[in-house]
Ligand binder design. Structure first.
Ligand code: PAF
Length: 292
């Protein structure tokens, strides 16, 4: 369903489309003594987002869900055009979770002609892994999240641990730029067969969907090996690769074991280190991770 400018409610939830109106609403809520919790999303909401919303609501704050497919975080060959957009279904999920406001800004206000001349860029945690494979991705993410923070003025913002590097980069950006915002990390939500929930899972055909469970199998096999006392990164990484190879259709992008603080590879794996995976199944790129 297309969202009509001027529409004030979708599925019973208040929807704000203009930056000035969102800023004025946030200011009024704060003057009235309300705290604000933001859940930034690109829509195509699923049970993982519902968990983010519940965690935000538990902070006793007015909950704002932003829905904006941010063009600047997609590379030229990526899925910006086919990214699922269904505001009616998203609003229904928000209504079910008692969201106070959906902020669905217009491209024309967020960026003039999909461009920006002022960028926000984190340069340490963002440079490897996703940042290396998807040049410009985190610059787009940081820029749009900074804009959302300035517009919505949240006290709290919830981000999923599924995008582990994104969470680290945003946490660092908040610290470096002095945003008075508490970042709420929310654990990964998985399907019954342990596939991590993602809006991109809907691209998978039934065969690929069945094959995708190999990501968690690889991560949990490495976690089990770690629990037996194997703390060297090389055998743990070899275990990840061995399991992924059980599905020949998988094209590996990366399988790394890194420090959660620096996102640099480790040789000795301590508790708290993280295994990060990125693979292709057909045209679909999937990421997942597990903390040791
Ligand atoms: O994780 C996402 O959905 C996006 O990267 C975010 C944080 C909403 C920025 O566009």
């Amino acid at each position: 369903m297309t969202l009509v400018v001027g529409q004030t409610k979708v599925a019973g939830v208040k929807i704000i489309r203009h930056i000035a109106e969102m800023q004025a609403t946030a200011t009024a809520l704060k003057r009235a003594g309300r705290r604000l919790a933001l859940v930034p999303t690109m829509g195509a909401l699923h049970a993982g987002h519902a968990t983010l919303i519940r965690r935000a609501r538990a902070c006793d704050a007015a909950t704002v869900v932003s829905i904006y497919v941010n063009p600047t975080q997609f590379g030229p060959q990526e899925d910006f055009n086919r990214y699922p957009r269904d505001i009616e279904a998203d609003a229904a999920l928000c209504a079910g979770e008692s969201v106070d406001i959906i902020f669905a800004p217009l491209d024309a206000e967020m960026y003039a002609g999909n461009a920006a001349s002022t960028w926000v860029e984190e340069t340490a945690l963002a440079k490897r892994l996703e940042g290396e494979r998807r040049p410009g991705h985190f610059r787009g993410v940081c820029t749009v999240v900074a804009k959302l923070f300035n517009i919505v003025q949240p006290d709290i913002a919830a981000f999923g641990q599924k995008d582990f590097q994104q969470l680290a980069v945003i946490t660092r950006m908040v610290r470096d730029l002095g945003y008075p915002i508490e970042i709420l990390p929310v654990p990964i939500v998985r399907e019954a067969d342990d596939l991590a929930l993602s809006s991109r899972n809907r691209y998978l055909n039934p065969t690929e969907r069945a094959q995708a469970t190999i990501l968690w199998q690889a991560l949990s096999a490495a976690q089990k090996l770690f629990a037996t006392g194997e703390h060297r990164a090389a055998p743990l990484q070899a275990s990840l690769l061995r399991t992924l190879q059980l599905v020949p259709a998988i094209r590996l992008d990366y399988a790394e074991i890194v420090s959660a603080a620096t996102l640099e590879p480790v040789t000795d794996v301590q508790t708290g280190a993280v295994a990060l995976l990125a693979v292709y199944l057909g045209q679909t790129r999937l990421i997942d991770n597990a903390i040791f």
